[in-house]
Write a protein that binds this ligand. Structure first.
Ligand code: GLC
Length: 432
């Protein structure tokens, strides 16, 4: 056998060491191999943070504050579609292709199991341990939503619960029931420059599922029960769906309500076009943003109207994760640690109206001054008893079934009874 020349031996070794370095930078535990890799020489590292469109100033302010404290890390914001389903698909496409373009990304509360199982995001346990993050300071439900097979895949950033926002200057006492809402909205519609009586999210997308969950649960129905059994074909669920179909087809909502997601509805509300809207907590900060809103200081918050069984809010919220393909996991962690930590969450609560996942922030004076309803019983109860969507790795499949069947019922192509029956059998087979 011919002897290897020194030069070729050298290039072989170099190639080998490069391969080893590449392997270790995407270690199983999310370690980058060399902790100081990107910052030891004081060089500025740019990380890309992807998240859905933020109509409030929350994201902008949190990035600004982070960069000020970390002059060596620049955060480039990549705005993703605000429709969570479209955002989901954009991430799945990028991460399926093992793209390293995104470092940090926000995950809707319904995705962590799927993203963890697909290997799209890094387990964070090593970072949490290294920086001694006390997970007990976080809302338990939010932490467990991102815990899959014993590991933590994302950090809770904020919690969402569906609420009723109303015009304090037009409404003395917010309506208690869906029927009262319909009557009140009908009376006020057209007054004080309003065009509509009520705004909700009626498009065929994830937000429709949240609206449906609220109607169904307010009449005592559910999609799955605590044992994971599909129970949507019930008298209670049918009552909830019936009320939803009635409202979505009534005169109080815009005629094209089936095109409405959050941005369409919040824009109409801050333009002063409706006395009532169902939306998430950020609506409050947005309605009080002088640069965008025509209804500053005119908004009150109440629990969503009751059905037979009481009021019910869908549980929503967002988490932050590190892409498994990030080339800067250490810097990515620094940023997400800040954003989901007490300082970052405080900024987002004040400027973005986001409900913190860190319990102590509900006692913070500045947070409460910006969001006075955070201390109200109705809000605290809504957060505590908010109804989750099914927690399964193939959630998108379940969601699509609900979106299609509820849309058909709203369009009059099926009755609420038929919709409930169809969802029952289709979700059952999807969950098998
Ligand atoms: C909000 C919620 C999220 C939900 C989405 C639906 O962003 O936080 O959980 O899926 O709305 O539009």
């Amino acid at each position: 056998m011919k002897k290897l020349k020194w030069t070729s031996l050298f290039s072989l070794l170099l190639a080998l060491s490069l391969i080893l370095a590449a392997c270790s930078s995407n270690g199983e535990d999310g370690s980058s191999g060399d902790e100081g890799e990107n910052k030891s020489d004081g060089e500025k590292v740019t990380i890309v943070y992807a998240s859905g469109q933020d109509a409030t100033k929350g994201t902008e302010k949190v990035i600004e504050a982070f960069e000020k404290e970390h002059p060596n890390i620049k955060v480039e914001f990549r705005e993703m579609p605000s429709d969570t389903g479209a955002q989901h698909n954009a991430y799945v496409t990028a991460l399926n292709g093992k793209s390293s373009e995104i470092d940090v990304l926000d995950l809707d509360v319904i995705w962590p199991a799927e993203f963890a199982q697909a290997g799209y995001v890094m387990p964070l346990d090593r970072f949490i341990k290294k920086d001694k993050i006390d997970m007990d300071t976080y809302n338990e439900g939010a932490v467990s939503a991102a815990n899959f097979e014993g590991r933590q895949w994302a950090m809770p950033k904020y919690i969402d619960a569906g609420m009723l926002f109303y015009r304090k200057d037009m409404v003395e006492e917010p309506p208690k029931t869906w029927d009262e809402l319909m009557t009140k909205a009908g009376e006020l519609q057209g007054q004080d420059g309003t065009k509509f009586g009520y705004l909700m999210q009626g498009k065929q997308y994830e937000g429709l599922v949240c609206n449906a969950v609220e109607f169904i649960a307010s009449y005592g129905g559910a999609i799955v029960n605590e044992n994971g059994e599909v129970v949507i074909d019930s008298e209670e669920s049918i009552k909830g769906l019936t009320k939803m179909v009635e409202i979505a087809n009534s005169e109080i909502v815009p005629e094209n309500i089936t095109n409405f997601t959050e941005p369409e509805s919040h824009t109409s509300f801050i333009e002063g076009e409706s006395p009532f809207i169902r939306n998430w907590p950020y609506q409050y900060a947005l309605a009080n943003d002088e640069e965008q809103s025509k209804i500053v200081d005119k908004v009150g918050v109440a629990p969503l109207p009751e059905g037979d069984a009481g009021t019910a809010a869908a549980l929503g919220g967002w988490m932050t994760a590190i892409s498994a393909y990030s080339e800067h996991p250490e810097e990515a962690w620094e940023f997400m640690k800040f954003m989901t930590g007490p300082e970052g969450q405080k900024i987002q609560a004040i400027h973005g109206g986001k409900a913190p996942t860190i319990s102590s922030l509900y006692e913070d004076e500045e947070v409460l001054e910006a969001n006075p309803f955070f201390k109200e019983e109705g809000f605290v109860n809504a957060l505590e008893s908010a109804v989750s969507r099914p927690v399964v790795a193939n959630y998108p499949e379940i969601s699509e079934i609900i979106q299609i069947e509820v849309s058909k019922a709203i369009a009059g192509q099926s009755t609420p009874e038929e919709a409930a029956k169809a969802m029952q059998s289709k979700i059952e087979s999807a969950m098998k």
